[in-house]
Write a protein that binds this ligand. Structure first.
Ligand code: GLY
Length: 411
């Protein structure tokens, strides 16, 4: 492969594929490199587009990102369904957050006023009203909050559509492992390592190779594949999820501080749709959610475990999910188990994603999306292409960790 690409995206999950598809739509020459695309965290994801229900509302920057991306989802889904030739099972019927005890009810009241303050639809419901909406809910549910703005999508359909859409728009998919980054120049040469966030490295920069080449400063020039081949690009976008910090040749100052956060999830099958909304609640102190699909499938998720790169599905993990889901919707135990899977979310020290140019010219990041990769994919694509406002770019900028102890040293 002797071509020169405008952009190479390392990682074919929902984030990497979205960035590449949108870049291809803009006429960029782009390729995604992944030995097994759509098989990581995106394969395990539930697909909730639920910025309010998914964050602690003290995490305001994350909420802002989530709301901005949610607003982009309808157009993104429509264009993707068209380019990908596939219905995404996009539904916008809202999340029903339910409560059992007095503490949970008080938390829902607080959440309701917060959601209303944001100008989003929120309806506080009694237990009876909840059961009227969702007759399968447990009789012990005492109240709920319907966050009517929340939506969800089938992530497996999304990645399948993205693969088709990328190809249709002229993008390439290279099914190969990346052995390392190719670089030119030297660390610390000429102007010195670690340029401050400025115009050349700013989030809006379309190609961040900049003028650094002339100065002899270290820059990323492409990737080396496991086959030994090298592929050159003006820009490499690292979107390898939880693995993004482990790439060989990654300049330490640009290594993303991501860590794997394991999530185990179950897919159950019901002969007829069991729920109409996403249903969630806190049981025994841990949150559990049920996401219904159009075909009657119900996704139950998810655990949050810090176990390194461990993707085993465990008896304890599944037991916890079923135990908690049964408290919300007792009938789930009657359903057939269709699939169990574990994925690794890329967590960051501040729970915010890492999107945009790094301090190393030619290298951008699109990782660290933790629980929100599917939700944040449309916004991430825009940020990577320098198309959205500076405030959101700044929230996600990898440069915020510049100069801090690196991931490798903290592990
Ligand atoms: N967004 C759902 C989860 O990460 O479990």
């Amino acid at each position: 492969m002797s071509h020169h690409f405008d952009a190479l995206v390392i990682g074919g999950g929902v984030v990497g594929l979205s960035v590449a598809w949108r870049a291809a739509r803009r006429g960029m020459k782009v390729a995604v490199i992944d030995p097994a695309p759509a098989s990581g965290a995106s394969h395990a994801a539930a697909g909730m587009l639920a910025p309010v229900s998914e964050v602690t509302y003290t995490e305001e920057p994350l909420l802002r990102l989530g709301l901005a991306s949610l607003a982009r989802w309808p157009a993104f889904a429509a264009e993707l369904a068209e380019d990908g030739g596939l219905d995404l099972d996009y539904r916008a019927d809202g999340t029903l957050d339910v409560a059992f005890g007095a503490d949970d009810l008080a938390a829902l009241d607080e959440l309701a006023s917060f959601v209303e303050k944001l100008g989003l639809p929120a309806e506080r419901l009694t237990g009876r009203e909840c059961r009227r909406l969702e007759p399968m809910l447990a009789p012990s549910v005492r109240g709920g909050l319907l966050a009517g703005g929340d939506a969800w999508v089938d992530p497996r359909r999304v990645t399948r559509a993205l693969l088709t859409a990328l190809e249709r728009r002229g993008g390439a998919l290279v099914r190969c492992r990346v052995a390392g980054l190719e670089t030119a120049g030297e660390r610390g040469a000429a102007t010195g390592a670690g340029p401050a966030p400025g115009p050349a490295a700013g989030p809006g920069a379309g190609s961040d190779a900049g003028g650094a080449a002339e100065a002899g400063v270290l820059r990323v020039t492409g990737v080396r594949l496991a086959t030994g081949e090298t592929v050159a690009a003006s820009r490499v976008i690292l979107a390898a999820g939880a693995w993004s910090g482990t790439l060989e040749g990654l300049p330490p100052e640009a290594a993303p501080p991501v860590r794997p956060i394991k999530g185990q999830i179950m897919r159950l099958r019901s002969p007829s749709p069991m729920l109409r909304h996403c249903v969630r609640g806190v049981v025994h102190g841990s949150p559990v959610y049920l996401v219904p699909r159009g075909d009657g499938e119900v996704v139950v998720g998810a655990t949050q475990e810090e176990m390194g790169f461990d993707t085993r599905v465990t008896a304890g993990g599944l037991w916890e999910l079923l135990r908690d889901a049964r408290e919300l919707v007792p009938g789930v135990t009657e359903l057939e188990v269709a699939d169990v899977v574990a994925g690794l979310r890329p967590g960051t020290p501040d729970n915010l994603p890492l999107v945009g140019p790094t301090s190393v010219p030619g290298l951008s990041l699109a990782t660290g999306h933790h629980r929100g990769g599917v939700l944040l994919a449309p916004l991430t694509a825009e940020l990577c292409l320098g198309e959205t406002d500076e405030e959101l770019s700044t929230i996600c900028s990898p440069l915020r960790f510049h100069g801090q102890p690196r991931f490798q040293e903290r592990r």
